[in-house]
Design a protein around this ligand. Structure first.
Ligand code: FSX
Ligand code: SF4
Ligand code: F3S
Length: 357
């Protein structure tokens, strides 16, 4: 990486600043900066092959909007991106030959990034690339990969392609790469900085980040949207918008009754937000549709605007809302009664005092 900075005429200072930014992006403590600098100085640029399956290309569109680091910096100085349908200038047969040459030259060393689902019905003919079923290309490239990253809910669990009745037989990457472990980075699409953070972690340390039970990097998928939501105080107080244009919605109340999936969705939207921290769905006034959840399109046969019947161990929302409202009302009533009693006592004492004089 350091050599790539030098080639671009960038200073040592900007290299070190880049390393500090990468360290925080990867969710590591500042103690790790020296390790990141060392890795960035000594490790060869990791070769990345980026395949696109059955999808809308929104994941790459998100990736190129990464601000910290800038996607252009990542592609030009931090990784050697040898093949990517969307970002490569090359196309056609020479491009496909380049893929084969890269696989052979870097067998066992390259990082494979995949976005999009794997379609298998009718021998995979519903998703073809370079004249071949995508599933065949994926399996061939995966065999020689040092690490595999599934970017986006489609690559993780099939996404919209796998929504019922799933006519193309689509599913997630991990089912088609044998016993190789896949790092799952869900979201439709994932947050840009999460995408760059994960690939840089693998690139610099040569190992997987800490993963949870669904093989998602813990530093980015350790919290529910609900845990970091700035509308949470309204949820706790039982104050919910019932329509997108009612007074509650305009006042920024909780969107749970409008179908918000925040209580069951693990992602970093509430912390990192999108596009240089500008906003995220809930901040824009829309309920979270749980886009980083497997099979979120089908979600128990519910529409996106239908509210979850219950969440977590606490049970039914109505009970929570009513309990919160009752507690609040009771609190107000008790406070009011106590104030009246105190006032009466004070008046009695004042009357006594006045009488005694
Ligand atoms: Fe899926 Fe990504 Fe959603 Fe789209 O590549 S996760 S449909 S944003 O593009 O795969
Ligand atoms: Fe935020 Fe949705 Fe939770 Fe309400 S239900 S606090 S809007 S995440
Ligand atoms: Fe997706 Fe919900 Fe974040 S819809 S973008 S996980 S707020």
């Amino acid at each position: 990486m350091w050599e790539a900075y030098l080639r671009r005429g960038l200073s040592r200072r900007s290299f070190l600043k880049g390393c500090v930014a990468l360290t925080s992006l990867m969710g590591l403590s500042t103690d790790m900066v020296s390790k990141v600098v060392e890795a960035a100085e000594t490790k060869p640029l990791p070769v990345v092959i980026w395949l696109h399956g059955h999808e809308c290309t929104g994941c790459d569109e998100a990736f190129i909007r990464s601000a910290s680091p800038l996607a252009s910096d990542l592609v030009l100085t931090n990784i050697a991106l040898e093949y990517d349908h969307l970002l490569s200038a090359a196309a056609g047969e020479p491009f496909e030959h380049h893929l084969e040459a890269t696989i052979q030259k870097y067998w066992g060393q390259y990082i494979l990034a995949v976005e999009g689902a794997v379609s298998t019905s009718d021998n995979g003919i519903y998703c073809m690339s370079g004249g071949k079923p995508f599933v065949d290309t994926l399996q061939r490239v995966a065999k020689g990969a040092a690490a595999i990253i599934a970017y986006g809910t489609c690559a993780v669990s099939g996404g919209i392609q796998a929504a019922k009745p799933n006519p193309t037989g689509s599913g997630g990457v991990s089912h088609y790469v044998g016993t190789k472990q896949v790092i799952n980075v869900p979201g439709c699409p994932p947050i840009p900085e999460v995408m760059t953070g994960v690939v840089m972690h693998v690139a610099l340390f040569g190992k997987l980040p800490m993963l949870d039970s669904e093989n998602r990097p813990r530093q980015f998928y350790g919290n529910r949207i609900h845990d970091t939501c700035y509308r949470r105080p309204f949820f706790d107080a039982g104050m919910f918008a019932d329509r997108y244009d009612d007074a509650g919605a305009k006042a920024g109340w909780c969107l749970y009754r409008l179908g918000c999936r925040g209580p069951e969705t693990y992602n970093s939207c509430g912390n990192l937000r999108w596009y240089q921290g500008m906003s995220y769905p809930i901040q824009s006034g829309a309920a979270c549709i749980g886009c980083s959840n497997a099979h979120f399109w089908d979600e128990g046969g519910m529409s996106f605007s239908e509210r979850l019947p219950k969440y977590g161990p606490l049970g039914d929302i109505d009970t929570i809302g009513v309990a919160a409202a009752v507690a609040t009302t009771a609190g107000v009533a008790i406070h009011g009664a106590a104030s009246v009693i105190q006032r009466q006592k004070r008046e009695e004492e004042e009357a006594k005092e006045a009488g005694g004089k």
